[in-house]
Design a protein around this ligand. Structure first.
Ligand code: GLY
Length: 570
């Protein structure tokens, strides 16, 4: 059962009528309508995946069943980021034990990887080598990651959950306008490898809106995973196809890399923000620590003096982000390879860092250095799921940039990631997101590359309040931080929170990014007067948020209106 509230009119309306009106007048978007669900809710980057998740709730599945099915479905219907050839992170709360855990299924560097693998003889970075083709790929983790999640908490048969995605690949799905536009933008890159062009450029053209996209090889691989579990990917024919692909294109992932790949359950980063308890992803994601730093640096300020779009708040938020991202460049990497300082969220340390803030002048990144804490880290997709049992699942997974390495494994039908670019390929040289790193994130065999992915859960008085996350590379962290501040400090509704204009600063490059056309000219002028270098960028990220009402447990999912996602439930 669900009830429907239109926040713009603040009246309760009939859900069916609103859907029809929405379909007629809003291009099928239900973005301005807040839906509340009793049994389970899902927000994902495509309507097809969201619908499949909602149907599974109706069939009695729990949040974990839905998350697994949504993850696999996105590998079919959201090929620019959904994947089985990539990796990611899950942050989960088990409603029964109330335990919060994280699952690390991030890609790993192949055993033959080495620090200078993307440099020429003069130690210069070779263009495109860490982003395009076989050498750009880390060992994928998605299949065993989703299996591990299902094995620990799922209730519906694995074969059924994978089977849904397999039959969608087999019989095809209808390409929508936004996916067609995405394909068109990437037409040149998708023609780089014949295996990729065969699927995404049938007859030499990218699929148009309304075309049916059939992926027979991907279906074959998914059917194998359905019947054999992870062995259907990491061993046997699929592993051999990956091996052949590597040999053909000078990649270095071996069948042994695939067989020995493992996922890791890790303790979440946990911290208080006001009266809330926030859980997010630990290293090898920088997400939890940098999110924690930004929120803790902002926490003591009285934001009631500002509005959420005021230059004073944007300045404060971006200056704190500058400080946090400076620390990211120096201190964060895979904790299994690098000793991350334990004091990065320590209040004494953060008080000292906060002291560098000047309310009327922008800092200068070239003289803003990473701190020394006490000794005691653009295309991805996120989906949020929760259910009436108190289960919460936030999963961000990726093949890194849109369509990853652009290389499809011949005969297996899936795109490989280009996640090796998330390592620091050379100290001081920015990656595709402009992020800089050094020793902590250098390439080493078997190591996981540093990420910004920040699947996040927020609890209030011990009860679920928010499940959230987004794609967006380095911007992931500031999008999640702003959402939490906008919702909890500025009192925005879930819809207002998700659609709110965004700002971003990541230390280097020393630029304050604002979503184009979203901020008043007076705001820009004040920020320039403070000394900021402003750059407007087109709408970014794809926030998927679920709000859970603490009084009645009703769940309200919201999917970012900037992209093609949707929310649903039962
Ligand atoms: N590939 C983007 C990230 O992991 O942050």
């Amino acid at each position: 059962m669900k009830s429907t509230i239109d926040y713009t009119k603040r009246i309760v309306l009939n859900g069916t009528l609103l859907f029809l009106l929405g379909a007629l007048f809003l291009g099928c978007s239900n973005f301005n309508i807040t839906n509340y669900y009793e049994n389970g809710a899902v927000a994902s980057s495509t309507p097809i995946a969201t619908k499949i998740g909602s149907d599974l709730f109706r069939q009695g599945g729990n949040a974990f069943d839905v998350a697994v099915a949504v993850g696999l479905t996105l590998a079919v219907v959201h090929p620019e980021a959904g994947n089985i050839g990539g990796g990611g992170f899950a942050l989960i709360r088990d409603g029964k034990s109330k335990e919060v855990r994280t699952l690390d299924f991030r890609e790993k560097a192949p055993m033959a990887a080495h620090q200078d693998m993307f440099l020429d003889n003069d130690s210069n970075v070779i263009d495109d080598l860490s982003t395009l083709g076989a050498l750009a790929s880390g060992v994928p983790g998605t299949v065993v990651g989703l299996y591990e999640l299902w094995e620990a908490y799922g209730t519906l048969p694995w074969e059924n959950l994978v089977g849904i995605a397999a039959s969608l690949a087999d019989s095809g799905f209808i390409v929508d306008q936004k996916l067609a536009e995405k394909f068109a933008v990437y037409k040149n890159e998708l023609s780089e490898f014949e295996e990729t062009a065969d699927i995404f450029l049938p007859g030499g053209n990218t699929p148009k809106a309304g075309d049916r996209l059939i992926q027979k090889d991907l279906a074959k691989t998914l059917y194998k995973i359905a019947s054999q579990g992870p062995d259907g990917f990491y061993k046997g024919e699929t592993a051999e196809l990956i091996d052949s692909c590597m040999k053909k294109y000078d990649g270095i992932i071996t069948t042994e890399d695939l067989e020995t790949y493992d996922v890791i359950w890790r303790k979440p980063i946990v911290f208080n923000f006001d009266s809330l308890l926030i859980y997010s992803m630990p290293p090898p994601s920088s997400g939890g620590i940098i999110l924690g730093q930004i929120l803790k640096l902002v926490e003591p300020f009285d934001l009631s003096r500002y509005t959420s779009q005021s230059p004073e708040f944007i300045h404060l938020f971006c200056e704190m982000s500058r400080l946090a991202f400076a620390d990211r460049s120096e201190h964060l990497g895979d904790p299994d390879y690098y000793a991350i300082p334990s004091g990065l969220l320590d209040s004494t340390y953060l008080d000292k860092r906060r002291g560098l803030f000047d309310p009327e002048h922008a800092g200068l990144s070239e003289i803003t250095f990473p701190g020394i804490p006490a000794i005691e880290s653009e295309e991805t997709t996120h989906f949020s799921v929760c259910d009436k049992h108190g289960n919460m699942v936030a999963i961000t997974y990726t093949i890194n940039t849109s369509f990853g390495s652009k290389l499809v494994v011949d005969g297996a039908g899936f795109l490989l990631n280009n996640e090796m670019d998330d390592f620091s390929v050379k100290p001081g040289v920015p990656n595709v997101f402009g992020l800089i790193g050094g020793e902590a994130n250098k390439i080493e065999p078997g190591k996981r590359m540093l990420s910004s992915m920040s699947p996040t859960l927020v609890l209030k008085n011990g009860k679920p309040l928010l499940v959230l996350g987004t794609p967006g590379g380095s911007k992931i962290i500031t999008v999640v931080a702003q959402a939490i501040i906008n919702f909890t400090r500025f009192g925005l509704t879930p819809i207002e929170t998700v659609s709110h204009p965004r700002c971003h600063h990541q230390w280097l490059p020393d630029i304050l990014y604002l979503e184009e056309g979203s901020f008043d000219i007076n705001v820009l002028q004040t920020l320039i007067r403070y000394g900021h270098n402003i750059k407007e960028i087109s709408h970014y990220s794809d926030l998927q948020l679920i709000y859970i009402d603490e009084d009645n447990g009703l769940m309200s999912p919201v999917s970012d209106p900037r992209k093609r996602g949707s929310s649903g439930g039962y």
